[in-house]
Design a binder for this molecule. Sequence first.
Ligand code: 5GP
Length: 114
Amino acid sequence: MADNIFAKIITKEIPAKIVYEDERVLAFRDIGPKAPVHVLIVPKKEIARVSEATAADEALLGHLLTVAAEVARREGVDDTGYRLVINKGPHAGESVPHLHMHLLGGRPMAWPPG
Ligand code: 5GP
């Protein structure tokens, strides 16, 4: 496993507030929430960022989306709505080199993002 914070959360070396887990995916609360609901959905497979996923990962990438929708329902933001974000590279603000999808909800959000 890579030596980054999310790899250590996946292996439970570092604690996190886990809200969903299955054999392929872990979802946990962001340590610095930017909205009342801010959950990170990560594949357990080591994929640094979306640009490093391959065709073999397509089912896993789709699973991230259906898990995000399920977590949103559980968090009570399905009716009011939510945003799913993947940051890739410096312009987007990627800061942890393990693929992760942000689920943000619980307040209105501006568009376009800053
Ligand atoms: P990025 O900027 O790479 O898209 O998102 C990384 C996210 O990880 C940030 O929103 C940041 O708050 C969150 N984060 C960084 N370190 C930790 C940690 O140790 N635990 C948790 N739960 N979230 C973290």
